[in-house]
Design a protein around this ligand. Structure first.
Ligand SMILES: Cc1cc2nc3c(=O)[nH]c(=O)nc-3n(C[C@H](O)[C@H](O)[C@H](O)COP(=O)(O)OP(=O)(O)OC[C@H]3O[C@@H](n4cnc5c(N)ncnc54)[C@H](O)[C@@H]3O)c2cc1C
Length: 338
């Protein structure tokens, strides 16, 4: 079951070639427990892997990569709504499409996000005004140290913008094995996000009778029009989080750059990182194997299948330049390994 010296290039959407000392694909909880015991006996670090769409491999991985391939999902209804329970290895987009094809709404704004459902809580995936935490009920995870299963309710996960307890206090402590969501019985389309409302306005649709499938189709079309498909142009989606600044800093920047793109986020402001990178002159820049996508400056691409160090060097140069020009710090969204 455990393989040695595996090239991870087919397992990450940036198509970075890096070798893992050990690799295991697990399809059952028992196999997962065995893989954890193998790593524990040899004091190996563990990298839980889904679809590899939110990681940057900066070199060879000296431990055990565990590809979580637990499968199966079900949907049932109770008083609270439609309860979706899915094993961690299920493809996220496949689940979204299964719900909208059954005319169940709630996940359609999150269509076409790559990866597995088991990784979705890690950074509380979000798109077009909806985040995973809006539909989240609970998850089951296996503790890496003991192999014990534990349930986490929403309150245990400390979800926030592209963040959760699994990126903070509980980082590297658990492997998520199942995710449970609740879709509302009374569904309402969320099309406030500007790109989405503009798309819908351009269709011959009755806005008062939109269906989840129509909203999913809108999201898919918009994403396809501006985000490169990883199997055509390797990338990890948005490379930086949108930086959050206080109102004072926002107003100063807005006075200097009236076309600054920003969204209110409680008492603070979320600046569009893509706008900052674009305005700093990086959109479309190519540097050897890597570059910045020409349609979306927030997406770093790796068409020449360069090493992770090329990607991270480009990211560092962009962040430094944006800081010099706007005084704003950019934080990478994908996690670097090792
Ligand atoms: C083209 C493109 C578009 C994207 N668009 C969006 C978007 O709109 N919104 C958004 O939020 N994200 C987006 N992403 C980022 C990414 O798709 C999500 O973060 C996704 O949830 C990652 O899933 P994955 O299975 O590929 O995770 P991986 O990349 O395999 O892993 C990501 C992290 O989660 C950990 N992990 C994975 N599985 C488990 C598990 N079962 N238990 C514990 N830890 C685990 C890994 O160790 C790693 O730290 C995009 C990426 C791409 C390439």
């Amino acid at each position: 079951m455990i393989e040695n010296d595996i090239d991870l290039q087919p397992h990450n959407t940036l198509a970075i070639s890096a070798h893992s000392a050990f690799f295991a694909r697990v399809e059952t909880l028992e196999q997962l427990r065995e893989a954890l015991a193998f790593a524990r006996d040899r004091s190996l670090p563990i990298l839980p892997l889904g679809g590899g769409s939110n990681i940057v491999l900066t070199g060879d991985y000296p431990g055990l990569v565990i590809q979580v391939d637990l499968r199966g999902f079900s949907i049932r209804s109770d008083n609270s709504g439609h309860i979706l329970e899915a094993a961690a290895g299920e493809n996220w987009h496949r689940i979204v499409m299964a719900t909208v094809q059954g005319e169940l709404g709630g996940l359609e704004n999150l269509a076409l996000i790559p990866g597995k459902i088991g990784a979705a809580p890690i950074q509380n995936i979000g798109a077009y005004g909806v985040e995973l935490c809006d539909r989240f009920v609970s998850l089951q995870a296996m503790e890496i140290a003991s192999g014990e299963l534990r349930n986490f309710a929403a309150k245990d996960c400390s979800f926030s913008y592209r963040d959760s307890v699994f990126k903070g206090k509980l980082r590297d402590k658990y492997i998520i094995t199942q995710v449970n969501l609740c879709l509302p019985k009374k569904w309402q389309a969320h099309i406030d996000y500007p790109a989405l409302s503009q798309y819908v306005a351009g269709q011959n649709w009755n806005v008062d009778r939109l269906t989840p499938s129509q909203v999913a189709q809108a999201v898919i079309d918009i994403r396809n029009s501006k985000l490169p498909l990883p199997d055509k142009i390797p990338n990890a989606g948005s490379f930086f989080k949108n930086p959050i600044v206080d109102t004072h800093s926002y107003l100063n920047l807005k006075a200097e750059h009236p076309d600054l793109v920003a969204f209110a986020a409680g008492d603070c402001w979320k600046l569009a990182a893509g706008w900052l990178i674009d305005r700093a002159g990086w959109r479309g820049v190519r540097r050897d194997a890597v570059g910045v996508h020409e349609l979306q400056a927030l997406v770093l691409v790796n068409p020449g299948r360069g090493a992770g160090a090329e990607v991270t060097r480009l990211a560092e140069d962009i962040a430094e330049d944006v800081h010099a020009k706007f005084g704003v710090s950019l934080e990478p969204e994908p996690r670097y390994y090792p």
